[in-house]
Ligand binder design. Structure first.
Ligand code: MG
Length: 178
């Protein structure tokens, strides 16, 4: 009977979400939620405007998040190394702030060879540390392709102008498809 129910659901929901739905509820804060791994510089403002127009594109990002209430945000920006989770949340609008659920771990970079794919490895480490999310759906929003494997489908890569209308509609589409 349970099997039948799962089958009925699987036609409508992304397989990644099925994994979460099928797992026993343990009240984990990262469960049953799509995760958006978020960079700041080059995403929430163009890199060259980071001092003059900090977080210029944050309202546009938040507007997308409001359309996807089930999605939570995990910060990947290097600013997580200097700020507490509370300080990071305070950068966001009051209704979005509680949806910032954590930060990725900082893995050491010993030399230049460690840099390619490093942020992706930090995301995997986060997912490993939060097993209910491990098999779940996620998207990374970043402006630096070198920090991820080539052709990673989970990556929304921002151009030189931060999180513009094009990025907003792409993220909305990606989250709707998960
Ligand atoms: Mg960046």
């Amino acid at each position: 009977m349970v099997k039948k129910a799962s089958k009925a659901i699987s036609g409508e929901i992304h397989p990644g979400l099925i994994t979460w739905l099928d797992m026993p509820a343990v009240g984990h804060e990262f469960g049953a939620s799509t995760l958006v791994f978020l960079d700041f510089d080059g995403v929430l403002h163009p890199l060259h405007d980071r001092h003059t127009q900090p977080f210029r594109d944050l309202p546009r990002f938040e507007a997308v998040m409001r359309r996807v209430p089930a999605a939570s945000v995990v910060i990947t920006s290097s600013q997580r190394e200097d700020r507490t989770l509370g300080e990071l949340r305070a950068l966001f609008a009051a209704d979005i702030a509680p949806r910032i659920v954590g930060v990725t771990p900082v893995l050491p970079i010993a030399n230049a060879e460690d840099l390619p794919g490093s942020r992706y490895r930090e995301i995997l480490a986060f997912l490993e540390a939060h097993p209910r999310a491990e098999e779940g759906a996620w998207v990374a929003v970043d402006d630096d392709a070198i920090l991820y494997p080539t052709g990673l489908a989970n990556l929304l890569l921002c151009g030189d102008d931060g999180f513009g209308p094009r990025e907003a509609s792409r993220l909305a589409r990606m989250l709707a498809g998960l």
